[in-house]
Design a protein around this ligand. Structure first.
Ligand code: NAD
Length: 479
């Protein structure tokens, strides 16, 4: 399949005529081509978005809502083909794409299409002196840049609130997983989204992403991706005073206390460690276990991990698909080697899996559990973003907290305990944006989402995102 950009309501080739290969990580083979766009394509997209802004922002919330609900319905109607496309692009089990990624993309549009109908702005009564009210207006052209791990889910998580709030958008999906963004453009055409309201430019970070971040007519940037990329974007955007939302990397701790429900924490920790091959920013990669529980937990955890089925993403029984690319697989294997150099013991996994037939060239890894490492080593400090976790014991609640907080990241944490006040103490003291207590990945779309420290700035989700994509203006009236 040869993809095209979606600019001003039409499919167009990149101006320079350059294309990149699109790889299928489950086979290691090229299966399509994507535009290798450049700054001129970004320029065209920004001009189309600027032109579309007055009419789109001038629609009532109800009118915008109707169109965005049709996009949501379009995703629902195409659910199976989107799931197949996402699985092929990304290597994730199709079952996961069908049950998590694509339904969530549908829900993102439905959520923001209806959220704008219920948004309100404040009025402050100053008595006889008068009153003040706050107008919240869309800003203009929003630049939305997303990563490869949850391709359509995270792409729509930015686009939907930006459009709902009345902005127009130039969006860049990851060049590693462009297929579902391409399919979304057709759904938008069929839903009657006016030309130029959403523009999708495919290509690399340095050529497309940077041109978007540097563009003087794009006053706000919503980015999800790695921390190093976020730092570069922040530096580029700072002199232009752009509004920025950065959702970055993580090194999330999972804290298991001996009084937790053993079976629930065991099965959920297997999932929170290895779902999507560990390539979810919210996966727990450092498991901290109370010492009295440690022997029982590690034995059962290794046994369950070994039983996970690595296989073709298209097979329904597959639990662990392919990691996203060859270079990513090499990076993860490099960290497994580093862990051993640092004194770690591989309790299970650690190697590439070579499947037979079509999949023999695919990028499969054994889910890997490593023990015996101190918290300050690189394996425990750097984001690996693959099916690799470390497990270590702790003695006291204070020690658990100190270990959990001792990285530069602060995205999420999970705590397993049936001790009520401990759960609240830990939730308050963990330096993260999201804490799960006795669960994982359970989140109401109305809540703010984001990290602290090197995991990002700003919050997405809920009404926070509508705040990000609008600028408040205070109007002061005297009586
Ligand atoms: P990445 O930073 O390499 O790329 C993300 C996006 O930015 C891609 O579209 C890429 O093309 C683009 N990009 C790259 N360089 C750029 C530049 N200089 N200017 C502008 N855009 C540029 O990240 P990735 O490898 O695609 O994704 C994995 C990372 O994303 C992990 O670190 C993961 O933790 C993080 N992530 C965070 C969240 C969150 O919500 N905090 C969610 C998912 C993934």
């Amino acid at each position: 399949m040869k993809l095209q950009n979606y600019i001003n309501g039409e499919y167009v080739d990149p101006i320079e005529g350059r294309f990149l290969d699109n790889m299928d990580p489950s086979t290691g083979r090229v299966y399509g081509q994507i535009p290798d766009s450049g700054p001129e394509d970004v320029e065209q997209a920004v001009q189309a978005a600027r032109k579309a802004f007055p009419a789109w922002s001038g629609l009532s919330a109800t009118e915008r809502s109707r169109i965005l609900l049709r996009v949501s319905q379009g995703i629902e109607d195409q659910l199976e083909s989107l799931a197949q496309a996402e699985s092929k692009d990304n290597g994730k089990p199709v079952k996961l794409a069908r049950t998590v990624d694509i339904p969530r993309a549908r829900d993102n549009f439905a959520f923001y299409a209806t959220a704008i109908l219920h948004d309100a702005s404040e009025t402050h009564d100053m008595g006889s002196a008068g009153f003040n009210y706050t107008l919240r207006r869309p800003i203009g052209v929003a630049g939305c840049i997303s990563p490869w791990n949850l391709p359509l889910y995270l792409f729509t998580w930015k686009i939907a609130p930006a459009l709902a709030a009345g902005n127009t958008v130039v969006a860049k999906p990851s060049e590693v997983t462009p297929a579902t963004a391409f399919l979304l453009s057709r759904i938008c055409m069929e839903a009657g989204l006016p030309p130029g309201v959403l523009n999708i430019v495919h290509g690399t970070g340095p050529r497309v992403g940077e041109a978007l971040v540097a563009h003087p007519d794009v006053p706000l940037i919503s980015f999800t991706g790695g921390t190093a990329t976020g730092a570069r974007i922040a530096a580029q955007a700072a002199p232009l005073f752009k509004k920025l939302s950065l959702e970055l990397g993580g090194k999330n701790p999972t804290l298991l206390f001996a009084d937790g429900d053993f079976e629930a924490m065991l099965s959920t920790t297997v999932r929170s460690s290895f779902a999507n091959q560990g390539q979810i920013c919210l996966c727990g990669s450092r498991i901290l276990v109370e010492r009295s529980l440690y022997p029982r937990f590690i034995e059962a955890f290794v046994q369950r991990t070994k039983a996970l089925r690595v296989g073709s993403p298209l097979e329904e029984a597959t639990q662990i698909g392919a990691v996203v690319s060859e270079s990513h697989m090499e990076k993860v294997l490099g960290y497994i080697a580093l862990a051993q150099e640092e004194g770690g013991v591989i309790a299970c996994g650690g190697k590439r899996v070579v499947l037979s037939g079509e999949q023999s060239g695919g990028y499969y890894l054994e889910p890997t559990v490593i023990t015996g490492l101190p918290m300050q080593c690189r394996t425990n400090q750097e984001e690996i973003f693959g099916p690799v976790v470390t497990v270590m014991p702790f003695d006291t609640e204070e020690e658990a907290l100190s270990l959990a907080n001792s990285t530069r990241y602060g995205l999420s944490a999970t705590v397993w305990t049936s001790h009520l006040t401990r759960a609240h103490r830990m939730a308050a003291a963990l330096e993260v944006g999201i804490v799960w207590v006795n669960c994982w990945l359970v989140r109401d779309l109305r809540t703010p989402f984001g990290g602290v420290k090197s995991s990002g700035i700003g919050r997405e989700g809920g009404f926070e995102a509508l705040r990000f994509f609008t600028e408040p203006k205070n109007v002061c009236i005297s009586l």
